[in-house]
Design a protein around this ligand. Sequence first.
Ligand SMILES: [Cu+2]
Length: 223
Amino acid sequence: MAWCIWRYRYQKDRKAEYKPEDKKLEWNLTWITTLGVAALLAPGLVVWKDYVTVPKDAMPIEVVAYQWGWKYRLPGEDGVLGKTDIKFINDENPFGLNFDDPNSKDDLLVDGGDLHLQINKPVKFELRSIDVLHNFYVPQFRGKMDMVPGMITFYWLTPIRTGDFEVLCAEYCGTGHYAMRGRVIVDEKNDYNNWLAKQITLEKMLARNKKNNKSYELVKNTQ
Ligand SMILES: [Cu+2]
C-alpha cells in the first residue's frame, strides 16, 4: 500500500485511466486475491484441527446454556454422559435427559453452581443451548465456541494452572446477555475430588424427589 501511495502519487501531467471492462485485470485480481485469502486462512486450519481433535483421555463435560445462565453435567464413575434429547426438555427436566439410558443414572448435575476442573486433566466441553445462540467463553482458556440449539458443538483443553475464572457468554443472546456469567474454578486434585463428592447424581436426585413426592427437580447448588 505504501508503495502504491508513492508510485501513483499525484503528478501534474499524469491522468488516471478508467478501465471498467479489462478482462485481464479482473482475472489477475481474482486469482491473486484468492491466493492471498487462502494463504492467510490455511495456517488456521492446522490450529483448528488441534482444537477439535479430542485426546482419548479427555473427560466430557456438558455445558448447557440458557437465557441467561449456565448448567453443567459431568459423567459419573462410568465416564459416559447419558443421552439427551430436546424432546425431553421441560420445566422438570431442563437438561432433556433420557431417564431410560443407564449411562445417565450416575451423571452429576450442577445447576446454579460453579464448575470445577482438575488441573492438568484434559476436558472436552460438549456445548448445548436450549433456546438461542450462546457462546461458552473463558478468556483465560483462550477458547470459545458457539452453542447452537439442536446440536452439540465441542472443543477441548487442559487447564494448566489453578484459579478462579469467569465464564462469559460471547454471543449476543438477548436482554440478559451482559449478566450471563459463571465461574470456573481449577483445583488441585484433592480439592477437585472434595467438590466432586458433594455433587448429586441423577439417580439420587430422582429417588429423593420421589420420596418427597416431588417430580424431577434440580436442586440449587449453593457452593
Ligand atoms: Cu448467551
